[in-house]
Design a protein around this ligand. Structure first.
Ligand code: HEM
Length: 479
């Protein structure tokens, strides 16, 4: 039963129990724990994680408060201090003032012009992987998607030469770094994995520093993401410092690849699990994706059923499940006040089952995103990519990549889940993915799209409901 509140109460403690009970339930299965708490306690409640009080707020109106007060009353950098040790003060680990200096530079690298180029790189990398598969066989989906997505990231952000010469060493050190990320323990403890983390970071810095010097010496020779950072000037005309560039590169690889692996894998698995909807995706690939051709951003926007599948997976299996802030002033939410000093969280797997927003929320139903239903029309209802000032810079990049992986894989192959038949999610640091899952593939007698033609005359539109063309979050519909 939802407790009756009077003004100025703090959010009620869910089943006011011993401090550690919440902690262990959270560690065991945070999605199940928080969903249960929401069902029992309502859309504003609190949990106690050891000595820390945390408020959880659910639903588009509450998400709005969370995202719109970010960097004023609610601070992201104070919540993500454990990431600051690794990346330095960057993006949401930087103070609001420092972040405002960096923001234009960060966003310029995801411009429409850049995105058109990334989409070509994505197809080149996916095709190279598909060419290794042969006529039939099996793959472990996380393993194979990790290498494709890492290659896309290294190639897009750092250039082909880096991807070929240094990619492997980079990702090796990067994985050691990732194992040293811990949101709970103080990052300076002399634990072996923290020591390995710091050594891996030093090796990455050593790898990247000469590259930056080379780029500074020959700025006209390169035209990619790394060069954007090297060429960038803050508003005051100062160039970005080498350490900031290095931190940005490592941070982007972190932000961009773990999250995409999980959701790309779930997009494909969920399509295999739902053959009726898959058929719609196959039909549109056959019609709009000419086999052997490279799609432009505009062509990609024709694959609307694929897009809705990606969005439904984003709703049901969001890989970055929790966004956190620290309240630096009291914040009113509904009938409650979250006091300064508390942690505040929004939780995508909880926000995405609010029944007033998403009908039959536990059903897989990609058409909920299609007109006329457009169930995500209310702002901040779908929070897979966050919202407000720190909304994911790489959202469009990730959506394009996930659409292309699914479309190109199903274009060539028939797929089947071998084991486990009903995969579950596993939690990593900051990102969720399916457990190890073996997929069997067999080459189609004829690939889809053999007779597809490009319809360049069609009116360009944004496939995301209720978006102005000028504001379409999928810029691929506007190239
Ligand atoms: C499915 C894939 C992805 C998911 C689910 C995801 C999710 C998120 C979320 C939830 C946030 C906001 C965190 C907060 O407000 O606390 C965020 C921020 C961010 N993401 Fe992503 N992300 C994905 C892919 C990417 C990619 C591919 C990149 C870049 C290559 C990227 C770069 C960033 C950056 C730079 C930020 C910080 C933005 C800022 O502070 O202004 N993400 N992401």
């Amino acid at each position: 039963m939802t407790p009756v509140a009077t003004k100025k109460q703090t959010p009620p403690l869910y089943r006011g129990v011993s401090p550690w009970k919440h902690f262990f339930a959270f560690q065991r299965d945070r999605q199940a724990f928080l969903r249960k708490a929401y069902k029992e306690a309502g859309s504003i409640f609190s949990i106690q994680m050891g000595p820390k009080k945390m408020a959880i707020i659910v639903g588009p109106q509450n998400h709005k408060i969370f995202y719109e007060l970010t960097d004023t009353k609610l601070r992201a950098d104070l919540a993500y201090v454990f990431l600051r040790r690794i990346f330095g003060p960057l993006g949401f680990t930087a103070s609001p003032e420092e972040y405002q200096r960096q923001r234009p530079v960060l966003h310029a690298s995801f411009s429409h012009k850049r995105m058109a180029g990334y989409v070509h790189i994505m197809q080149e990398e996916i095709r190279q992987w598909l060419d290794t598969l042969g006529d039939e066989g099996e793959f472990e989906i996380n393993h194979d998607f990790t290498s494709v997505i890492q290659n896309v990231a290294a190639h897009s952000f750092m250039g082909l030469d880096f991807r070929n010469r240094m990619g492997e060493e980079f990702w090796h050190n990067y994985s050691i770094l990732g194992k040293g990320i811990d949101p709970i323990l103080p990052p300076g403890l002399p634990l072996p994995r923290f020591i390995r983390r710091d050594r891996a970071k030093a090796r990455l810095q050593k790898m990247l520093r000469p590259l930056i010097q080379e780029r500074r010496a020959h700025p006209d020779k390169y035209d990619d993401f790394l060069q954007d950072f090297v060429n960038a000037r803050y508003k005051d005309g100062e160039p970005m410092e080498d350490d900031i560039i290095i931190g940005l590169i490592i941070a982007l690889m972190f932000a961009g690849h773990e999250t995409t692996i999980g959701q790309a894998a779930w997009t494909v698995l969920q399509l295999i699990q739902h053959p009726d909807y898959l058929q719609k995706v196959l039909d549109e690939i056959d019609q709009h994706f000419p086999y052997g051709e490279v799609l432009s951003l505009t062509d990609l926007s024709k694959l609307q059923h694929t897009y809705w599948a990606v969005m439904e997976t984003a709703r049901t299996k969001p890989s970055a499940d929790i966004n956190m802030r620290v309240a630096v002033e009291d914040v009113e939410v509904g009938d409650y006040v979250i006091p300064a000093g508390w942690m505040v969280m929004v939780v995508a797997p909880v926000g995405h089952i609010v029944e007033d927003v998403f009908a039959e929320p536990f059903d897989y139903d990609p058409l909920r995103f299609a007109p006329p239903r457009e169930e995500d029309r209310q702002r901040y209802s779908l929070i897979t990519w966050g919202g407000g000032v720190h909304k994911c810079t790489g959202m469009t990049f990730a959506i394009n990549e996930m659409m292309l992986i699914a479309a190109m894989l199903f274009q060539r192959y028939e797929l089947e889940i071998v084991s486990p038949k009903e995969p579950k999610s596993v939690y990593g640091v900051g990102a969720i993915r399916p457990e190890k899952t073996i997929v069997r593939y067999r080459r189609r007698e004829q690939p889809l799209g053999l007779h597809a033609t490009r319809d360049t005359s069609a009116e360009e539109s944004c496939p995301v409901p209720h978006q102005d063309k000028a504001e379409c979050p999928m810029p691929h519909s506007r190239d």
